[in-house]
Each structure stands twice: as structure tokens, then as C-alpha cells.
Design a protein around this ligand. Sequence first.
Ligand SMILES: C[S@@+](CC[C@H](N)C(=O)[O-])C[C@H]1O[C@@H](n2cnc3c(N)ncnc32)[C@H](O)[C@@H]1O
Length: 608
Amino acid sequence: MFLRNSSRLISALPSSTILRHYHKNSFISKMSSLNATVPSAMPIDNAANEYRKRVLSDSSNEPVQSQKKGKKLKLKKYKAKKVDSTSPLGVLQFEIDELLNSENLTRKSVVNDISSILNDKVKDESSVTSKYHRVVTDVKVLSVSANGDGLAIIDNPVEDNKKQVVIIPFGLPGDIVEIRVFKTHPHYVESDLLKVIKKSDIRKDDLIKCKYFGKCSGCQYQFLTYDEQLIMKRNTVANAYKYFAPKLCKEELIPKIGDTIASPLQYGYRTKLTPHFDVPRKVKEFEEKPPLGFGQKGRPHWRTETISEGGSASILDIEECIIGTDIINKGMSNERKKFDEEFTKYKKGATFLLREHTRVIDSNTNVGKIIEEEEASKDSSNDNKISYIELNDEQNNKPLVKTCVTNSRQIVTEYVDGYTFQFSAGEFFQNNNSILPVVTQYVRENLILPDVNGESAPRYLVDCYCGSGLFSICSSKGVDKVIGVEISADSVSFAIKNAENNGVKNCNFIVGKAEKLFESIDVPNDRTSVILDPPRKGCDELFLKQLAEYNPAKIVYISCNVHSQARDVEYFLKETENGKLYKMDSLRGFDFFPQTHHVEGVCVLTRV
Ligand SMILES: C[S@@+](CC[C@H](N)C(=O)[O-])C[C@H]1O[C@@H](n2cnc3c(N)ncnc32)[C@H](O)[C@@H]1O
């Protein structure tokens, strides 16, 4: 989260009092404390006493009878759920603290009386809940979270001299807005954006392309210029290291964060979408078709002209997703037609897989025949026609045919950087094909080890969390041997086939947890570079310790969660014996998901 005016000033990251505070509380210093608990409302007992007094003095209330019968009033207690500190909720707590610090406030000054709300039985306007959950106007948005939500401070409606932190989806720093607060948590409240009274300088509503924008949980940034989106993402990277790598920040070990690398396509890029529907618990049989699409983000009113689009249920009925590729949208339209006829057969909610499948064909290939064969090989429950699009691959001047696959076991193909990749549609593969050549080239260039005494020496590569071999294969030229390790046996079987199909002979792949690598590694550390591309939760401590012991010459760490990446990098550099021998060469974001808040962090470490 950042204050807009300071957003362009990031070079070396500052250490701040708030960072020291986190450190003191061992948020960061111990890997074992990574499962931070969102602090519960501190005054729960006071509030409970207040509540007791209030309800027991009101003769119209049920609890009074309990008292008459001598029964002790039992109050519901708030139980904070454990959250991973690098998850969106965990990060929010850091962002809230930073905002409070900048406004000279403390957590105590924004604590909400959760107990009163939990135990509120009165249903009219005098209820404490209705005091909390109200419309507030003239709210100035102060900052934006890594999740793309605006943050602001408003007055506490029940306790004088206290404030509240409010989350405002689709609020931008500098906006003056009207909101409806609808949910209360110990240290913040959630709201819907009702009206933008005065627009922030960066708000460009005329850029919005999608009628569901502002309601759908998929995109957060369509109203920003693309340059502004890239700046936002750079700030997310900066803040991630500020929150999760405070020692590195304090010792100024983090290089100037590079500009975020743009995606060549800013719309129509997503090669995978997963629309879903819910079956409400009490419904035994559908009377009408449930909405099929993506989650709704609150109940906003600020886009009056499109407010009814997609309906008002928690899942929006979405016909087209503007960030999806053309063929994915065709597939979505097919699945929706099928769902029109078949929704009564479902007893519970389901998610539909839509995955793009691309093939380069010869100019004299009969596309109709390929499609017929594909239809014949589909699973028997799926008898609708396959959609396809014919295109020309501009780079290679060859015709392409694209289809949309819905069966998670079906094999799909993607072309990246001159290589062909196949994988099961339901397994992991990156979702934005247009940026992949840019990323694979960047990774390849940053892995290169220098010659020794002016002479070329052997070079080795280890690809941890290698999936179906994307980085292994794209970086295989110019190295003597590649070892990939990956937990999914299915992905590894594709990695082996992909290497074979691309004529790549120097790759070996291991099935297992990343640390399995160290059981049999036979390449010299001094001549080995390592790629890390773990899932959102980041690397295990056990793995990082062994990586530090192995002590490779270079590491390129790619991550879809810059917060867990920052935590891991700090742990590696500061908390492991050999990690201290490394220097962070570069750090920057890659924009895999334009229009959304997501950013992929790429960090390069060199042994010094
Ligand atoms: C973000 S994906 C990266 C895949 C690959 N690098 C690519 O770009 O296609 C993370 C991969 O890590 C794998 N994975 C998850 N936990 C793992 C573990 N403990 N050890 C090894 N691989 C793991 C997942 O199956 C997934 O393929």
C-alpha cells in the first residue's frame, strides 16, 4: 500500500518505525511464526460488559428473562481465524498498520466492538449493527492495498474519538467518495462504493471496457492508464519487501526496483478461465438457471449505468470476459448454452474449465477434419460442438487453429519462444501466452554464468517447481545439463515429453518435493544456476536451508506472490549461513495479468 504522492519516489526502500515494530514482534524474523493471527478485537470483554448492561436493563429483551430465571447470559465471542501473513488478509494487516502510522493512529484507536455486533439481537434502527453498517459520505481515499482496494479512515459511529479503517473496493487514492459500510472486523470495516463525489487525478473511468467492471471480482484496474497500472504494481513489489524483508530494507540490500515489464496484450490475453456456479444450500431442485460466472465484489452503485449487469447474486452471470482470449470466450458461450439445457441435472455447484489449445498447422491441412477428430475423442458426456478459430502466426507466417478445451485430462498445446509445450488442461501452466517469450528470455539472460579466465566452462541449470518444463526447456541452450524438480508426476511426464518433442537432450526431471533435488544433485554448485518458481505460499524453510548449503552461483526467483517471495529472500539472505554470501542483483515485477492487481515478482541473486 502506498500514498500516491510518494509512489514515484521509490528507489532504495526506507526502513521505518513500523518495520522495526514488526521485526520486534518476530513477524518476520522466524520462519516458524509465518502463520500470523489477525489480532482479535482488544476490548471484547469491555464491550461484552457494556452489552450485558444494555440488554439486561431493557425489559423487552430475551436475555432479561434468562436473568430472571437466574441463568447467566452467554455471549458469542469473536474468534479470529489464523491467516498466513503473506495471504491477502495477512498483507492487509501490514497495510492497515502503515496507514495508521502515517495518520498518527494506533490499532487501539480503530478497534471495533465486534462483541456487540455478534450479540446484537435488536433488528431495528437502534441496533448497534445498524449504527456500524451505515452510509458515510465525503470519505477521502488515502491509499490502495496490494489487492487493489482503496483504504480510508472514517469516524467510529458508536465511540467518540475513535476511528475506523475502511476498505473501499474500486476507490483510488485522492477520490472523495460515498460508501456503505456493510461488514465489521476487529481492525477494519468493509464497504461498497456508492458514489464518486470527486475523482482522483488517476481515475479515468472512460477507459473502462467491461460492463461488469466494478461488480466482478476479476479486474480492479480498468479505470487506470496502463502506465499507471504498472506503477501500482511496482509499488506492490516495493511494499512486499518493506513488510516481509525489513532487515534487507534496513541494511539497504535491496536494489532499486525496476520498472514493471508490460504485457504485450492488455486485454484478450487469458488462456484459462474457470467460471462457476453455486447451488444454494436449501435448494433441492433448480427452478431457474443459477448465475454462471465469477464472484461478485460487494454491492456497488458507483457505475449506475451498468449496476444491474450480471444480476445481484454472489456469483455474477457473466457472458463474456474481456481479459480472456477470443477462443476462451467462444468456449464460455458454448458452455453457457449447454448449461441452459442441463442446469437441472446438477445437485451441487461446479466449476467449468476453459483452456486454450493452440496448434500450428500446414496451410493445406483440413481444419474441419482436425476438429471432427477432436470431437470424436471427447469424453462421451460432452456432446456439443467444439469452437475453433483460425489465425495466422505472424512471426512464423503459419496458420494456427485454436480450440477451447473443457476436459481437465485433455492434452493441450502452447507455443512459447520457438518451443512447443503440451500439458494436461487441468494442470498448471502460465495463463498469459503473450508475455511468456519476454519472461523466458529475461530468466534465461539472468541465469548466465560468466566464462572462467576468458574460457568457456561448463554451465548447469536447476529448475525447482518446474511444472511441464517451461523454464527448463526455454533456458536449455548454452547449458550442459538441466535438472528439473516438480511435485506433480503428471507435469513431470509432460516435461519429459516436451523436452523430447523439442529435440532438447540435456534435461532430466525428478518427481518430488523441491528438496528431493538435494538427495542426488551431481552438478558443481560453482557452475550451477537455479530457477525457483514456487506456488503462492512460497518455498519451504527446509528447501531454502538446503539451497543455501548447496550454494549455487546464481538464483532467479519468480513468484506469483511477491509477499512470500520477499519473506523467502530475506530468510535466505539473512537467516542461512551461506545465504549471506549472496547479493540481490535486481528485482522487478512482470505484468502477467493486466487490469488486475496481480503482479509476478522476479528477483535475481548472485553469489559474491
Ligand atoms: C507457479 S507453478 C510453476 C511451474 C513452472 N515453472 C511453469 O512456469 O510452468 C508452481 C509449480 O510448483 C509445483 N509444486 C508445488 N509444491 C511443490 C513442492 N513442494 N515441490 C516441488 N514442486 C511443487 C506445482 O505443481 C506447480 O507446477
